[in-house]
Design a protein around this ligand. Structure first.
Ligand SMILES: [Zn+2]
Length: 56
């Protein structure tokens, strides 16, 4: 099951959600585990390693 990284607008918490493709296509509602807000946004950069060096 693919993992998606989300960020909450309300409390600024970042969290990982596992959603199947069919769940995503049905428009599954993602809630923040910290404050239960649905005001969350998917992080697009979740597949880029954070340790990637830019000093090349
Ligand atoms: Zn939150």
């Amino acid at each position: 099951m693919p993992l998606y990284e989300y960020k909450c607008f309300e409390c600024d918490k970042e969290f990982i959600v596992a959603l199947s493709l069919s769940e995503r296509q049905r428009g599954a509602v993602v809630q923040c585990p910290g404050c239960n807000s649905k005001n969350v946004r998917q992080m697009i950069s979740s597949f880029i390693p954070r340790t990637a060096s830019k000093t090349v």
